[in-house]
Design a protein around this ligand. Structure first.
Ligand code: ZN
Length: 204
């Protein structure tokens, strides 16, 4: 009985998720992932949302819709003005709750890259549970991509730095979904062993 209720709820949410897919696909239409095989960018948010729904058992339509939209603000605007316009569009199309969650997982591009990375570590514990789940799923997919299909211009040091940084971010996101956290650990350990990297124990 409980299961059929869940299916009906999920089906009623599918128009919203399809709308987000259409919107994100249009926003990312000219972009490719950084990996060697240069897949369309939209594959990444689809994989993050699918991981949350189909592996981690998450059903909240706000979470799944924000997962589809999670890189749209960060990666498809060039100015503060464009960013503000996009925020208004997302609010009008998807509502304030989905906009707020999308913003929670969006870096401030007016800051330099080093500072943005530092803030992800520092702010991780203060995020909402949905933002924590979304960020862990995002890091899992990025680590899988770097392990299986690394960007052509990334040397071993850059890969190692990314793995250590992602580990530090996820340390502050734990306690929200055990399956996701276990998968993150498993993917990270497979990535490290593929590249012959050891975990740096004494974290700053
Ligand atoms: Zn992402």
């Amino acid at each position: 009985m409980k299961k059929s209720v869940l299916i009906i709820k999920t089906m009623s949410d599918s128009p919203l998720i399809l709308k987000a897919l259409e919107f994100a696909a249009r926003r990312h239409r000219t972009q490719l992932r950084k990996g060697l095989d240069r897949t369309p960018y939209i594959n990444h948010p689809i994989q993050v949302a699918s991981l949350l729904a189909n592996f981690a058992g998450e059903t909240d339509p706000v979470l799944l819709t924000a997962a589809i939209l999670h890189d749209v603000i960060e990666d498809t605007v060039d100015s503060v003005k464009e960013r503000d316009e996009l925020k208004s569009i997302i609010s009008a199309k998807f509502g304030e709750e989905i906009l707020a969650l999308t913003l929670e997982v969006t870096d401030d591009k007016t800051l330099d890259k080093k500072e943005r990375k530092r803030l992800q570590v520092v702010n991780a514990t203060h995020k909402s549970d949905n933002a924590k789940k979304l960020k862990i799923a995002d890091k899992i997919m990025n680590i899988l991509d770097i392990t299986e299909n690394p960007p052509a211009d990334w040397d071993l040091q850059r890969i190692s730095d990314y793995f250590e940084w992602a580990d530090n971010v996820v340390a502050g996101l734990r306690g929200v979904n055990h399956k996701l956290e276990e998968l993150f650990d498993d993917c990270l350990s497979k990535g490290r062993s593929k590249y012959g990297l050891v975990q740096i124990i004494n974290k700053a």
